[in-house]
Design a binder for this molecule. Structure first.
Ligand SMILES: Cc1ncc(COP(=O)(O)O)c(C=O)c1O
Length: 383
């Protein structure tokens, strides 16, 4: 990615920079890849980044919205998504949020417990509406990603255990405020090999065939999100290989024609278009490491502190001046040891005032930022 260093250097830091051209190319790649699969429908997982400008590009490209709160439903509607293209998921939906969803006329609730079915049914009937509902199944598949972002193994809080699925479906079919339409799955995030998705397709095939033999037909199957991005080499792989992903799902999914296949991609849509920009405050020589202390911290990008996540980092000022490289621990200013972006990282020699870019920060970066230490993020820059 080419960074406009002159423009960046004049702005107060820290801030997020979004490359809208890259976002548009990513969206084009999604649309090109599903063009040959007319039964595939892609929703964008708004939680990855609810920035209104990004959302308007995403919905303009025709993606639907995968939401987890009334707030996300409202933000998505304001950014132009059609209500019928919204799915509402989440293990703890509030009554207030369920009402927002029903009044907006969203396309689908993804429910995670039998009690939730009853509550949605009661609220729908009280509003004189009927809710289209998919049941989230916990397929007991290990996505082999970080344990904090694995969601589809039996011990996780998500979804309904496969052994309880038939009971949940019969219950849903018996409720007059509920229209049971399908199944929902999501096995985890930052999945970079296709084996977990192949296992998921096989599990879906088994479940759909069994339900079919019991006379339960489905309108849709939602395979969730989880496609990973290249955090190590963002410039080599700025756009994920959606073709490989969708073609692999198509090859391994064996369900009756006519069932819609939905996806909820977050990270793979917006991850690479966002960069956290910080400025170097101090360079400190430690006993074993030199520290580059910058004005961006875990309050702006918590992934390294939370998941031990790797982000590619560069010293834009040092690179522009072709300085020799050295090794640094790149840390933020927050009063927590975990406020560390990288240890022993090779960067162009760092001096006070240098602009530091933390790459691949478009997903779960700004959306997970906080005001801890009463800190502030400066306005975004869109290029
Ligand atoms: C139910 C559900 N769907 C979709 C997503 C989006 O996942 P990703 O950003 O990895 O594509 C998430 C992420 O946590 C999720 O929980």
């Amino acid at each position: 990615m080419a960074f406009p260093l002159d423009l960046i250097s004049k702005r107060p830091t820290p801030f997020y920079l979004y490359d809208l051209g890259l976002l548009d190319r990513t969206l084009q790649a999604v649309n090109d890849s599903i063009a040959t699969h007319p039964d595939f429908h892609v929703h964008y997982a708004v939680k990855a980044n609810p920035d209104p400008i990004l959302l308007s590009h995403i919905f303009m490209a025709g993606l639907g919205a995968d939401t987890v709160s009334g707030g996300e439903i409202n933000i998505a509607l304001q950014a132009g998504v059609k209500p019928r293209d919204i799915a509402f998921a989440g293990v703890g939906k509030t009554d207030r949020d369920i009402k927002i969803a029903l009044n907006a006329g969203i396309g689908m609730f993804n429910i995670e417990s039998v009690q939730e079915l009853d509550i949605i049914n009661d609220i729908a009937l009280s509003l004189g509406k009927k809710a289209d509902v998919a049941i989230r199944v916990n397929p007991d598949i290990d996505a082999h990603t970080h344990h904090y972002i694995t969601t589809g193994i039996a011990e996780n809080k998500f979804g309904i255990d496969m052994r309880d699925l038939d009971t949940a479906i019969s219950h849903a079919i018996g409720l007059s405020g509920i229209n049971f339409v399908g199944l929902h799955f999501h096995i985890g995030s930052q999945i970079t090999i296709d084996t977990p998705f192949i296992l998921l397709c096989e599990r879906v095939n088994e479940i759909v065939a069994r339900l079919d033999s019991e006379g339960v037909s489905l309108r849709s199957v939602n395979l969730g999100g989880g496609l990973g991005i290249d955090y190590e080499y963002p410039d080599r792989h700025p756009v994920p290989d959606f073709g490989l992903f969708f073609d692999s799902v198509k090859r391994h999914l064996d369900i009756p024609a006519g069932i819609e296949v939905h996806f909820e991609l977050g990270r793979s849509i917006v991850g690479q278009c966002g960069t956290l920009i910080g400025r170097t405050l101090y360079v400190k020589n430690g006993h074993s490491h030199d520290f580059a202390i910058i004005d961006a911290g875990m309050t702006e990008l918590i992934r390294p502190a939370l998941y031990d996540a790797y982000h590619f980092i560069s010293n834009l000022t040092g690179d522009a001046e072709h300085r020799p490289t050295r090794f640094y621990n790149v840390v933020g200013p927050v009063c927590e040891t975990t406020d560390t972006f990288a240890t022993n990282r090779r960067l162009s020699r760092v001096v006070r005032g240098d602009i530091i870019a933390i790459r691949s920060a478009g997903a779960y970066g700004q959306s997970m930022s906080s005001h801890y230490n009463s800190r502030r993020l400066y306005p975004n820059l869109y290029i």
